[in-house]
Ligand binder design. Structure first.
Ligand code: BMA
Length: 828
């Protein structure tokens, strides 16, 4: 039977800069450890050095800049352990679940193996190498810089710093080498658990689990591909048992295990399967899958996972206008994907706990997400993250980890390394029903024709994404679609073509339209998968990482933590505030600037969501860039920041994604009032809509009882542009409110005049308690009522508008004093 000895805990470590001694001197049994410091395994060396008081918290001030020496050292870890007697007479392995990055491993002074991929485990056969009693391990490790030093940077990597770092060659998180939203902080260390394993005969190497749902949904299969290692030279008879307790399903298969690793396929039938659905389309029932390997009736090894039963397909039928649809269909039902892009939630990759993954997924669900895209520049996600998505009904689009560069697929070793990596992750993450698409990479296809460094170079990695990876996915896990890149188009069209495949609509913010997010209004993207607006972080977070004497725009720490796109598109963030409010950031006080920057980010993201949702299913997603932060940033794309505070854009996005929504949008010569219903049931509502004057009247004020059809966008009515124009578009807006059983459930408005040019009227806000709610009213229009600028209070709504004479209700516990308005956006 497989047994394990946990080797995690406090090891010892020291660094070598090439001058003060060499690692080789410290490989001996009784090496002088006085110059070593404690190192937690699993962990990461910046964490150990911070604990030892040798560097500061890299999230604060300029500490990350001061810690760059860490990545340039060679490190030596040491630990001792007692080998259990039984392990000496068995087949045994040392297993490192995660090494970052180039590692040589020594057992009792003898070099026993090496590893060079952050994303895959390292398993070293130590059979016959363990000794009785005490053994010791040394791991000599470096971040990858030395290993890549002799590799060419051209034609693979685009940036200036890539001449030094050559990230394309290194199979580790690419964003560590700095990205617009991340500092340069290259991790190094033993980042996942370590153990000794031993067995007399065999062990399970991997289990791939995936469902097969019958077209009529009356039956399903849960398939398991079981990879078994027989350590004997001769074949061994065994039984593989597959059990799904929730379905009372169990099956056994007699197999013969040849020497080495062999694959065995087995499945159970599930009658009347309970289907897994993305929210808000249904429940998320999960099935436990137990796999046991039996030899002579005894359990040799076992693995347990949880899965869900659902089908997934990308509907790419011809679109009636041009191109094709791109719709995620789960269990045959089209699903509109609402959400954001996920980046790793810490610059130190080992730091994220299961609780933090869970909390982040919960905050996304509270913001009405049903989709997250794992962007291809950080890391393959963790089981804890996918478990939360499985349980909460969030679909996950997962890029393989290749982003914004060329990769040396033309190098034989590299090519094999990444094929092994992809095979490993496809098997490892297979049980999770939330994982719905495997995608080759981020933006590699798009950049071929456009990015300067790409021009006139061959495509060294094309075969990876178009030949090898699709075959690996089809072979290992045929239940999930593979898409070559994001964005990508069919029929050799521009990869970012709006009418086919998925899109990154970056015309707003990064390409041409700059701060003018109203350009989203005409975007017909079939599956927008990126696109976003920058805004300032929560003031509480700014206070946490910027020293008090640097709390001003462009201070050294402000700038170090600022998003690089604010430089790539010169002063983009300041232009946003200037363009929409007419205020000059250079003359604004810091607090005012932060408020408007955050408020406007929320405006922009609402435009993104509104535009694509009202086109449902011609457009079938509104996935924006990006959901969460990797460190505390000054300006960022996100709605939840590093310290998990809700940024100013959080509640506006949450409302824009609510399952039942009303959206006024310009369509031809009218403003059409769309009613959106994402649920699978028709919903009867009363719609109130028309034109409001900022000063107070409602010159067009209509009502209609209507049923919003399930899973669709319904045109409730329209208001002719000519009628609105007559009332003066600089003094008015179009509004819509939905009521269900007398209570307001959704509110929205549309302007065609910039905020700075609107004719504002003085607000007069009154707040009244109404049971477990409070109601905000004003005779005039109020923009952006802010109750908690820091995003820390647990309140159900914030940063909302008050329509003249129409109350805005929010939930408010009866025992809490009525809220105080901290700020408003109205420019008066
Ligand atoms: C896209 C993304 C990221 C980047 C973002 C903002 O290209 O794929 O690489 O962070 O734009 O610049």
């Amino acid at each position: 039977m497989l047994s394990t000895l946990d080797l995690n805990g406090t090891w010892k470590v020291r660094w070598f800069d090439g001058q003060h001694g060499q690692p080789e001197t410290y490989l001996g049994e009784n090496a002088d450890e006085r110059t070593f410091i404690p190192a937690e395994v699993p962990g990461e060396l910046h964490m150990d050095l911070e604990r030892a008081g040798l560097i500061g918290d890299c999230n604060i001030g300029m500490n990350a800049q001061a810690a760059r020496w860490v990545e340039e050292q060679v490190w030596l870890y040491r630990t001792k352990f007692d080998a259990p007697a039984e392990s000496l007479e068995s087949s045994a392995w040392l297993v490192f679940e995660g090494l970052d990055l180039y590692a040589r491993i020594f057992l009792n002074g003898e070099e026993i193996g090496s590893h060079n991929n952050f994303f895959t485990p390292c398993r070293i056969n130590v059979t016959g190498k363990l000794r009785e009693g005490e053994n010791y391990i040394c791991v000599c490790i470096e971040a990858g810089m030395l290993a890549a030093a002799d590799k060419p940077s051209a034609p693979y990597c685009p940036g200036i710093s890539d001449k030094l770092y050559k990230r394309s060659w290194l199979r580790k998180p690419q964003s560590s080498f700095s990205w617009d939203w991340s500092p340069h902080l290259v991790n190094v260390g033993i980042w996942r658990p370590v153990r000794l394993e031993w067995t007399k005969t065999a062990r399970i190497d991997a289990v791939t689990i995936y469902p097969d749902l019958a077209d009529d949904h009356k039956s399903a299969k849960i398939n398991a591909k079981v990879f078994v290692e027989n350590t004997k030279k001769e074949p061994v008879k065994a039984v593989i048992k597959l059990k799904v307790p929730e379905a009372d399903a169990v099956i056994e298969k007699e197999v013969e295990l040849p020497s080495g690793i062999s694959k065995h396929e087995i499945f159970v039938d599930i009658a009347d399967p309970k289907l897994w659905w993305p929210r808000p389309h249904g429940e998320q029932p999960l099935y436990t899958v137990k796999v046991k390997l039996l030899i002579n009736g005894e359990i040799e090894d076992k693995k347990t996972s949880r899965t869900g039963i659902r089908s997934i397909r990308i509907n790419q039928d011809p679109h009636p206008e041009t191109g094709e649809y791109f719709i995620l269909e789960v269990n045959g039902v089209p699903i509109f994907a609402k959400g954001g892009n996920w980046v790793h939630p810490d610059i130190i990759f080992a730091k994220t706990t299961p609780e933090r993954y869970r909390k982040l997924v919960e905050l996304a669900v509270d913001a009405n997400f049903n989709a997250l895209r794992i962007w291809g520049g950080a890391m393959y996600t963790d089981h804890a993250f996918l478990e939360a998505c499985d349980e909460l009904g969030v679909m996950v689009w997962h890029d393989f980890i290749f982003a914004c560069a060329k990769y040396p697929g033309d190098d034989g070793d590299f090519n094999q390394l990444v094929r092994d990596e992809v095979t490993h992750v496809v098997r490892d993450l297979s049980p999770h029903p939330s994982l719905v698409v495997w995608c080759g990479n981020n933006e590699l296809e798009w950049v071929y024709p456009y990015w300067d460094y790409q021009k006139n170079h061959p495509l060294p990695d094309h075969a990876l994404f178009h030949f090898y990876f699709p075959r690996i996915v089809a072979e290992e896990d045929p239940s999930r679609p593979y898409w070559p890149s994001s964005p990508y188009s069919t029929n050799h069209r521009d990869p970012n073509d709006r009418t086919t495949g998925d899109q990154h609509p970056w015309n707003v913010s990064l390409q041409g339209e700059g701060p003018n997010f109203w350009h989203y209004r005409g975007d017909v993207s079939r599956f927008p998968n990126e696109g976003g607006v920058l805004g300032a972080t929560s003031p509480a977070t700014l206070r946490q990482f910027i020293p008090e004497n640097e709390m001003y725009l462009l201070s050294p720490t402000w700038e170090f933590h600022d998003n690089a796109c604010n430089y790539a598109v010169d002063k983009l963030c300041y232009d946003i505030v200037r363009h929409w409010t007419g205020l000059n950031p250079d003359e604004m006080n810091f607090d005012d600037y932060i408020f408007y920057s955050g408020l406007l980010q929320g405006e922009g993201l609402q435009e993104y969501a509104n535009n694509f949702r009202r086109r449902m299913f011609s457009s079938s997603s509104a996935i924006f860039w990006m959901y969460n932060d990797t460190w505390p940033a000054s300006h960022g794309w996100t709605i939840v920041d590093y310290y998990l505070r809700r940024k100013m854009a959080y509640h506006p996005v949450r409302r824009a994604f609510q399952p039942i929504q009303i959206i006024p949008a310009i369509d031809g010569d009218a403003v059409r009032i769309f009613g959106i219903n994402d649920t699978l049931e028709d919903c009867s509502v009363k719609a109130r809509y028309g034109v409001f004057m900022l000063a107070g009247e409602l010159p067009i004020d209509k009502e209609k009882e209507i049923t919003l059809k399930a899973n669709s966008a319904t045109v409730i009515d329209e208001i002719k542009l000519a009628d609105w124009n007559q009332l003066g578009v600089d003094a008015s807006g179009v509004f819509g409110v939905l009521y269900k059983d007398g209570a307001p459930i959704a509110q929205n408005r549309l302007f065609t005049t910039l905020f700075k040019d609107l004719k504002w009227s003085k607000p007069n806000i009154s707040i009244e308690r109404k049971g477990s709610k409070v109601v905000f009213t004003s005779p005039t229009f109020v923009w952006g009522v802010c109750l908690d600028i820091d995003g820390e209070a647990s309140i159900s709504d914030d940063f909302f508008d008050i329509l003249p004479g129409i109350g805005y209700e929010i939930d408010w516990p009866e025992d809490k004093p009525v809220p105080v308005v901290q700020r408003i956006g109205s420019l008066i």
